[in-house]
Design a protein around this ligand. Structure first.
Ligand SMILES: Cc1cc2nc3c(=O)[nH]c(=O)nc-3n(C[C@H](O)[C@H](O)[C@H](O)COP(=O)(O)OP(=O)(O)OC[C@H]3O[C@@H](n4cnc5c(N)ncnc54)[C@H](O)[C@@H]3O)c2cc1C
Length: 371
């Protein structure tokens, strides 16, 4: 048996941020991930400056060897409706490839990596957890994303009674001809809301890569909505006509819709495992990174006593940062949604100050800083 101070299940942004911070504090940490890295992750790959700050990413250095698209404008509107361009004087977001960023963060963490190895067993033995009958630690952090097995062991009924966002995405490397045909500008990603406002589609260009996808509350009719969205983009000549139609799907929970517990004796959940994505935009990388920072702060304060009581400040920190957990939000009747959608999404002031600044960029919420 190999003993660690903590074992982290999942090496996405939540897991690698935990590992990075704990190693910095002198802890012996292992990250277990079922995938061999670098690995693809279904994602649009949009990160806000708060993520860059929290991760202490040196943008210039990172951009030398990885795709890093600066974003300073947006084209937004309704699918089959009008659109509006919003321009900012500076960079307000970045486009990255998860294939690259996740691997970079995981390698940077300095933790012991056990990759290509799923969690197969998790048992209690005295004050320790025994993972895969091979590794022991007094603390296990569940960072395995939406289907995290640690969340399941804490009672989450994955998929059963959960009001998830379902989304499909494709990221392709465009040929030279496709790049010439693609009218989407890298600095200006395009976001188009579904007519019923239950989701939105996006079209992001990051250099020679094009990322297209659509996410909606609940899974009903996702494929049809996505096909309709792609037709819309093609009819308006936004994307090349010969874009492959092979999309990958995934689900995740929005904060406020998730009933998952965040902790138990000797266990914490971070990122998608805890169901923390922002409700309006579905942005999940920032909550993944920030929850990891708050988890590590709590772990250090707990001073090697990892009972529920000692870990409780983590839940308090999450609530202070992301707000109270409500049950499902009331859904306005279809006719009312459509009326507001048409009226407001064509309005420049509303688009800039509410849709973009408040819902997507969270400009009012300052960055959380790593130690
Ligand atoms: C289509 C789509 C588009 C999105 N676009 C954006 C976006 O542009 N910006 C944004 O901020 N958010 C976006 N999100 C949300 C974002 O992808 C997630 O919130 C984010 O990846 C959460 O990070 P995480 O570290 O918690 O989990 P993940 O990134 O999912 O990482 C979990 C890790 O756990 C590993 N794992 C899973 N099961 C096991 C197991 N049994 N054993 C061992 N390891 C395991 C996985 O291999 C994976 O590496 C999008 C989501 C979707 C579905």
């Amino acid at each position: 048996m190999t003993h660690y101070d903590a074992i982290i299940v999942g090496g996405g942004p939540a897991g690698s941020t935990c590992a990075w911070q704990m190693v910095k504090q002198g802890m012996e940490v292992m990250v277990l991930d079922k995938a061999a890295f670098p690995r693809d992750k279904v994602c649009a790959g949009w990160i806000t400056p708060a993520v860059v700050d929290a991760l202490q990413l040196d943008i210039e250095e990172y951009g030398q060897e990885h795709v890093l698209q600066q974003i300073s404008s947006f084209r937004t509107g309704l699918i089959d409706g009008n659109d509006v361009e919003t321009h900012y004087p500076d960079t307000v977001s970045y486009g990255i490839r998860r294939f690259e960023l996740d691997n970079y963060l995981l390698q940077r963490s300095g933790a012991q990596l056990v990759l290509d190895s799923p969690l197969q067993s998790l048992e209690r033995s005295g004050k320790n957890w025994v993972v895969n009958k091979e590794y022991t630690a007094p603390l296990v952090i569940g960072a395995g994303g939406h289907f995290c097995p640690v969340a399941r062991s804490m009672g989450a009924e994955l998929g059963a009674d959960e009001h998830a966002i379902t989304a499909k995405e494709t990221e392709i490397k465009m040929s030279v001809f496709q790049q010439l045909d693609c009218r989407v500008n890298g600095e200006m990603p395009e976001l188009y809301f579904c007519q019923d406002l239950m989701g939105y589609g996006w079209c992001f260009r990051k250099g020679e890569y094009l990322n297209i996808g659509l996410g909606r509350e609940g899974g009903h009719g996702l494929t049809g909505h996505l096909e309709h969205f792609c037709d819309f983009l093609k009819r308006h000549d936004r994307i090349p006509q010969d874009i492959p139609d092979k999309f990958h799907g995934h689900a995740y929970l929005l904060h406020g819709h998730s009933k998952r517990k965040h902790l138990d004796d000797g266990m914490l959940l971070v990122g998608d495992a805890a169901g923390l994505a922002y409700p309006q935009s579905g942005e999940g990388i920032r909550p993944a990174v920030e929850s990891a920072l708050m988890a590590v702060e709590t772990i250090i304060e707990a001073n090697e006593c990892y009972g529920r009581e000692q870990l409780y400040p983590y839940t308090r920190r999450l609530l202070e940062r992301f707000g109270a957990v409500n049950s499902h939000r009331e859904v306005a009747p279809d006719a009312m949604r459509m009326y507001f959608a048409r009226a407001l999404l064509g309005n420049r002031w509303f688009t800039r100050h509410v849709v973009l600044d408040r819902w997507f960029l969270h400009t009012r919420q300052g960055s959380l800083h790593a130690s």
